[in-house]
Structures are given as C-alpha cells and as structure tokens.
Design a protein around this ligand. Structure first.
Ligand code: DON
Length: 303
C-alpha cells in the first residue's frame, strides 16, 4: 500500500479506537436518527486518483457544505454585487446566531453563517423559480463532481422546514432590514432543499478538485472565485471554531451539520471527511480530529 493509503488506514483505526463520536444534529429530526459511529475519508490527489477508507460510498446530508457551491453559483451570476448584502468577516458567534444582524443592520458577517447563506441563496433565486435555482446549484455540484448521481433528500428538507424556527426568525429579520428580494418562506424553502443535497465522500472529494486547482479538474468556475471561496473557507468555514481549525489543520475547510467536511490542500489534494456526530460548534467531532491527523501525516498546509 502507498503512504497515503497507509495514513488513511491509520486514521480510520485511531478514530475507531478512540470511539469518541459526539451526537448527530438534534434540531433536524431526520439527522438526529443517524447512527453516530460512522466514518469515511476520500482523498483525490493531483494525478486524479481517489483513495478512500470507511463508508466512502454512503450518501450523507451535506448541509452547510452546500453553501460553498451556492456561493460559487451566486458569484458566477452576480459577481461582486453580493458583497453589498453579505460581509466577509469571521465571527465569534454560532452559525445560527442572530446577534450580528442587529448590530450590522441586517448585513450578515459572511456567506457561511446561516443568515449569510440565506441572503446568498436569495440572490441566486431572484427572478426565478426555486426549482431553477436548485437546478443551478445541483448542476454545478454534478459538473464539479463529474457525476449526475447526486440528489436532494426531500424528507430531510421537509424535516428542517417543520422544525426550523431559528432559520425562519433569521430570514424574517433579514427581510425586515430589506435584505431579502424574495418572500422569506420561498428563499428558506430553497435554502433547506440546497442543504438537503446528499453526497458520498468520494463525490464530495471529486467536487473539490477545481477548488484545489488540480490539473485533472474540469474548468467549471473562475480561478478568482475559487480563490475567494478558499479564503472564506479558511477564515469562516468552521464558524466560531475557524481559528482553531486553521491552527490544528492549516487548510481551508467547510463543515456541515450532517457531519461532513470538505478540505482543500491547494495543488495537492481535495479531501472529504464524514462522521455524523458533532462537537459543540456543530462541526463533525471525529471528522475534525481526522482532518488534523491527515494534515499532520501528509504535511499538507497552506502555511
Ligand atoms: O440551516 C441549518 O441550520 C442547516 N441546514 C445547516 C447548518 C449547518 O450545516 C452548520 N454547519 N456545521
């Protein structure tokens, strides 16, 4: 076995030995039932090969990782106009916090906290039907991953819609500041469906190739947008744990409450990790530790 394959096997064994999984997202009923003792990593390297360990072919809910793809789609459509409505600064508040919306007159701090993602999706939706905006996000993901076998799980979307009081509050608060262009419930419905996209770690790692600037990647997005998405993943991708993630891992990453992490090692690899139990920040508990182990054993870092 080559050294990357061996490193992945060691990480897989250590994560199972530690057996410290955390709990799946409790506020989305469909996700609360997922068995926490699950783990997968897939790594696509510059030569185009994909190495995996664990349940790398099991689709999971990508949740907030979808915000990276929605951001790229929105930048492709309206470019820098987005920044009049959303900032680019990290926060010390939780991903679903409303606090900064009050102090900043309804302008969310960045496109990865929920409020910022709702505004981004609202911008992508403008002038179109939700199914058209969703088709654009899904189409982009499929092109980036190189497969059409990626779908939205409607039960997860409906489950979040039923219980999403916090996101409804955020959307209506944004609307009260004039920062939504569509009916808040229409924007939210689109946002919940985007979050309910399911992918395997193999598909997610493949989809990150263009962000990693790998030679084998299809040219679906501009270099500038890829660079900016990476910068925001580095500074804001793990919310109020982004500093800690940068300190321990040293690579741009984006987490989701489904337990996934997309990790980019520029010009080296695109990595996807999944373990559905979460830490106190709503990021994958075992997945975050696995990311640090992988960065250490490969030496991959942007620093
Ligand atoms: O809006 C929500 O709360 C979820 N659909 C997504 C949040 C999320 O994934 C946070 N990430 N770790």
């Amino acid at each position: 076995m080559d050294s990357l394959g061996q490193a992945l096997e060691e990480i897989h064994d250590r994560i199972h030995e530690e057996a410290d999984w955390g709990l799946p997202a409790q506020y989305i009923p469909e996700l609360a039932n997922v068995v926490p003792e699950q783990f997968a990593i897939s790594v696509v390297t510059a030569d185009g090969s994909c190495h995996s360990v664990g349940q790398a072919q099991r689709p999971f809910s990508i949740q907030s990782i979808s915000k990276v793809f929605a951001l790229i789609a929105t930048l492709g459509r309206i470019g820098d106009q987005l920044w009049t409505r959303v900032g680019r600064e990290p926060t010390r508040t939780a991903f679903d916090s409303i606090m900064l919306l009050e102090t900043d007159s309804g302008r969310p701090p960045n496109p990865f906290v929920n409020a910022g993602a709702i505004v981004t999706t609202d911008a992508l939706l403008s002038g179109r039907e939700p199914r058209q905006a969703l088709a654009e996000i899904l189409g982009l993901i499929r092109a980036m991953a190189g497969t059409d076998d990626i779908y939205i799980n409607n039960e997860v979307a409906d489950s979040e819609k039923r219980t999403g009081a916090r996101n409804k509050a955020l959307a209506h608060y944004l609307a009260s500041h004039g920062n939504l262009r569509n009916d808040p419930d229409l924007t939210l419905g689109t946002y919940f469906h985007q979050c309910a996209i399911e992918m395997t770690t193999e598909q997610l790692a493949m989809s990150g190739r263009v962000l990693a600037g790998l030679e084998c990647a299809p040219r679906t997005i501009s270099r500038m947008h890829a660079k900016r998405a990476n910068a925001l993943m580095m500074t804001c991708g793990h919310y109020d744990a982004s500093g800690e993630f940068a300190f321990k891992v040293g690579l741009p990453g984006k987490s989701g409450v489904g337990g996934g992490i997309l990790l980019i090692a520029p010009r080296k690899a695109s990595i996807a990790i999944w373990s559905p139990g979460l830490n106190g920040y709503g990021n994958s508990h075992a997945g975050t530790r696995a990311a640090a182990m992988l960065a250490r054993s490969t030496g991959w870092s942007v620093f």
